[in-house]
Design a protein around this ligand. Structure first.
Ligand SMILES: N[C@@H](CCC(=O)N[C@@H](CSS)C(=O)NCC(=O)O)C(=O)O
Length: 322
């Protein structure tokens, strides 16, 4: 692999871009390497594994933990720190991942919300982390992304979104790209259908990577549900294929973290959704019919959120500059 470092400041983080010849990441040809991460995943308090720790939030680096719950944070992620954060008006989850064992303690946020940016920054500061990336799974229709504000408030932060989203960002990712955060990486999987540019970020496979794996599904797959397909280039056929080919092919114990939940759930697994998802366990025609008959009201914020999110949530700033 020949890294081609981009100029992303003094951080030691790296993104490696590979071209992927199939739907899996087993056959990879390195093409481009961007500076990116080392991670530690922060644990959601309600998902803390059964190991003793002097800290209620950070896992001790040497802790090997055993979950007593069917939902858990990866059992072999001793260097990983992970937090699941909630914004209640749009019922949005933001995820913080960081590597507390790396000297720089680099961190990233997935799907930050503009009005929660100060909370996110304080948490990152309290934990002594360095935010490197503010990433989106897609162009959201129900809230304004926090990526633009994070870029303004935290020097050096780079916004990340898929090329297929058509949205502005510092870095555009494509299927098969690997976003490195220290010893860990997130693999980019294309999961269009809710929007044409949706991606799912999946933790790496192999030794040293979190076990079980974790997938941040955005709105492609929700717990016992899925994203709607009636605007923003949505397609129920595409969504069905995305979930079945890119998410349901992951190991059954893979932990699935959605961008929203409207009923108080926090996490699910591939195995559970393959068994109990009331939409995606059906055949494709039934799925399409379900999606055509959801009769959901348009998101209240759609006319503000979509244009703003096409420019990292900084619509006003962009408009004034032009
Ligand atoms: N009432 C909310 C929007 C609720 C909604 O439409 N959620 C979307 C994801 S955000 S675009 C969705 O796909 N829901 C699927 C479902 O089955 O609920 C608002 O006004 O913002």
């Amino acid at each position: 692999m020949i890294p081609l470092p981009l100029s992303l400041g003094s951080s030691s983080t790296i993104i490696n871009r590979f071209s992927i010849s199939s739907t899996t990441s087993t056959s990879i040809i390195p093409m481009l390497s961007l500076r990116f991460i080392r991670t530690s995943l922060l644990l959601s308090p309600n998902l803390l594994p059964s190991c003793s720790s002097s800290s209620p939030t950070l896992l001790p680096l040497s802790c090997k933990f055993r979950s007593t719950m069917s939902y858990s944070t990866p059992a072999s992620s001793s260097n990983l720190v992970f937090r699941q954060l909630f914004e209640k008006e749009s019922s949005t989850y933001t995820y913080l991942l960081a590597d507390a064992s790396h000297p720089d303690k680099p961190a990233l946020l997935i799907d930050p919300v503009d009005k929660m940016v100060d909370r996110d920054i304080s948490l990152i500061q309290e934990l002594g982390l360095k935010l490197i990336y503010a990433m989106n799974t897609h162009v959201h229709a129900d809230h304004v992304t926090g990526t633009g504000l994070l870029k303004k408030k935290v020097p050096g932060v780079k916004s990340v979104i898929s090329t297929a989203s058509g949205s502005k960002a510092d870095l555009h990712v494509e299927p098969g790209d690997k976003i490195y955060i220290g010893d860990f990486f997130l693999e980019v999987r294309a999961t269009p259908g809710h929007t044409s540019g949706c991606v799912t970020y999946v933790t790496g496979e192999g030794s040293g990577q979190p076990q079980p794996r974790m997938a941040f599904t955005g709105d492609a797959l929700l717990i016992r549900g899925c994203g709607r397909t009636d605007f923003q280039g949505g397609s129920s056929q595409q969504l069905y294929n995305s979930v079945h080919s890119q998410i349901f092919t992951l190991p059954k114990d893979t932990l699935l973290y959605p961008a929203h939940d409207y009923r108080g759930f926090t996490v699910t697994t591939v195995g559970e959704e393959m068994q109990y998802n009331p939409r995606l366990t059906k055949d494709e025609d039934t799925f399409k019919s379900i999606m055509e008959n959801l009769k959901l009201a348009y998101p209240k914020m759609i006319d503000i959120a979509v244009p703003a999110n096409m420019v990292c949530g900084l619509q006003d700033v962009e408009a004034k500059a032009s």
